[in-house]
Design a protein around this ligand. Sequence first.
Ligand SMILES: C[S@@+](CC[C@H](N)C(=O)[O-])C[C@H]1O[C@@H](n2cnc3c(N)ncnc32)[C@H](O)[C@@H]1O
Length: 290
Amino acid sequence: MKPISNMAFYCCGARVQDAATASPICGDGYAKLFMNDYGQRIYDKFQTETTTKVSMTVRHRIIDEVLRQMLHANENLSIVTIGAGFDSRPYRLAGGNWFELDEPALIAYKNEHLPAETCANPLRRIAMDFCKDSLEDKLSVISSSSPAVFILEGIFIYLDEAQTGALTQTLNRLFPEHLLVCDLVNRDMVEKYGQRLRDIAAQMNAPFKAVDRPESRFSSGGYQVEAKISLVEVCVDLGLYSVPKYFLNYFLKNEVDGNAVYVWRGQKAPVRAPAGCAQSAQASLSLIVG
Ligand SMILES: C[S@@+](CC[C@H](N)C(=O)[O-])C[C@H]1O[C@@H](n2cnc3c(N)ncnc32)[C@H](O)[C@@H]1O
């Protein structure tokens, strides 16, 4: 597998570990189906990464909740996950018409361990060599006239400005009404909390490309923020960090701002993001889940 694809075992391993706890954050019971000796050896490299594993699991939970709300509003929504890795949402969430894009080797492995045909929701997996294939060609099987949400989780930290621009321009051109859900971590947060993680990723040939204000790449590309959900706020909501909520905006403002899940609205997107999310473009999990 390619270096960034190997990082999918790190994300998956964190969900395996979470699912085995008494009170899971995500409770992804499918994650263990993908773990093998190869994946475990990769995951073991991140043994000391306790905080970043929690953060990644919380990020996954936030996106689960965002999608649950969207599916509640429209059970026929198309959900397109680019760089899906070992995401098992089509199996865990009710409704939706699902598409997963990833590297051929990863898709083949995923099909072997959790065949798309066994999913209760319609699910189509699309193999794509991100270095060679055309995203436009790969997305041509998806109707651009029905509402679609694109999920890019754990992706943009690996992409440079040109790659991010090319990807978002393609989405905006082909799906002017789409929503885009992604996580964005700024340089400050990587330097403050993710140095070891960054070093391990670099050793694995999957270097981070952190920037000061990653969100500006989206706003300058014509996207509007529908919601911004701070990971640290959700950690407090879930009782994972025991600091008073008011404390965050006084003393941890950079942390609140610097690591978040964003819901972006393409130029003409009429699909509403979860109602709670829209509040001042910033929300926490309690708002999303009501
Ligand atoms: C860190 S993993 C995240 C996987 C999954 N989204 C998750 O959160 O568990 C990154 C994924 O992106 C895929 N990928 C590699 N190059 C990519 C690119 N240029 N654009 C989008 N995804 C890419 C990898 O194969 C891998 O599955």
